[in-house]
Design a protein around this ligand. Structure first.
Ligand code: IPD
Length: 274
């Protein structure tokens, strides 16, 4: 750990800034909120509130830690010299935010020398703050959480009884493949959920609100904090064939179900776009 770097202090700053950004997003959302810009496809949208939230968080970090690196979904890409990098999604679930569906949040992960050591996912409309420090467990509103649903009684859930969250990309061709895979998975599981926020999906695995999650195309800012929170809650988080979680594929579930879900996805060659 570099000198002058204390993960607890980093988490404290992340929690404060996620809270401030969450309040901004609730209190200052224009009634006539529109789409400010589009990114990878016409359905991949940015609102002025994504931009304001990222600005608030970046300014808050730099006011206290001017030598840190920052990667943010809405364009922040700053090199640093301290060994610390902040990975920010200023609104994860922007489409939900636009449509006033309450499943959106602010996600901030903090890396030291390339390893995520702290993370917060703030879900203002559910009044939930998920946090984790590497090696110190995962928490919702300060209470420890575990990655097992009430139905699982602390044991791995078999695939056929698992509630599985997933997400879809913004490119039409990728979505067509994702639709095929979900169509084949649906008869083999309890049910599927498409909540609309990858960070929240990972936190839902962490607190047992779903049994598992998988998605192709989730980006570092979608995953950074939520993956640490899910791992610290006892879930396995990774990619297919033993790879690390990445935008190729991210899978999260308690041990046992994780392997079953990876097996299904590997069998369907799910990390493909055609
Ligand atoms: C999106 C959400 C969604 C997931 C997409 C992400 P954004 O993030 O997390 O659930 O399926 O892959 O891009 O664009 O709302 O920040």
């Amino acid at each position: 750990m570099p000198e002058n770097v204390n993960p607890k202090d980093l988490l404290e700053l992340a929690v404060r800034l996620a809270d401030e950004a969450g309040r901004l997003l609730v209190q200052e959302r224009p009634r006539d909120l529109g789409i400010a810009d589009t990114k990878s496809s016409p359905t991949d949208i940015v609102t002025v509130m994504d931009q304001r939230s990222e600005k608030l968080i970046v300014e808050g970090i730099l006011a206290e830690r001017p030598d840190d690196a920052i990667l943010g979904e809405e364009g922040s890409d700053r090199q640093g010299t301290s060994g610390v990098r902040w990975v920010i999604d200023p609104i994860d679930g922007t489409v939900n935010y636009l449509y006033e569906i309450p499943l959106w949040g602010v996600s901030i992960g903090v890396e030291v020398d390339g390893v995520t050591v702290a993370g917060v996912v703030e879900i203002p409309m559910l009044r939930e703050t998920f946090t984790a420090l590497r090696g110190d467990g995962a928490y919702r509103n300060g209470e420890a959480i575990r990655a097992y649903s009430a139905q699982s009684e602390g044991k791995p859930v078999p695939l056929e009884r698992a509630l599985i969250a997933t997400g879809f990309g913004y490119a039409a061709q990728r979505r067509a493949v994702q639709g095929e895979i979900v169509a084949d998975l649906l008869p083999r599981v309890r049910d599927i959920r498409r909540g609309g926020s990858a960070a929240l999906d990972l936190c839902s695995v962490a607190c047992g609100r779903v049994d598992g999650y998988f998605e192709r195309g989730a980006k570092p800012w979608d995953l950074s904090a939520g993956a640490l929170i899910a791992q610290e809650a006892g879930a396995k988080v990774g990619g297919l064939h033993g790879a690390a979680a990445s935008d190729e594929m991210t899978v999260a579930a308690a041990e046992g179900l994780f392997e079953a879900l990876c097996g299904f996805l590997e069998g369907h060659d799910a990390a493909r776009d055609s």
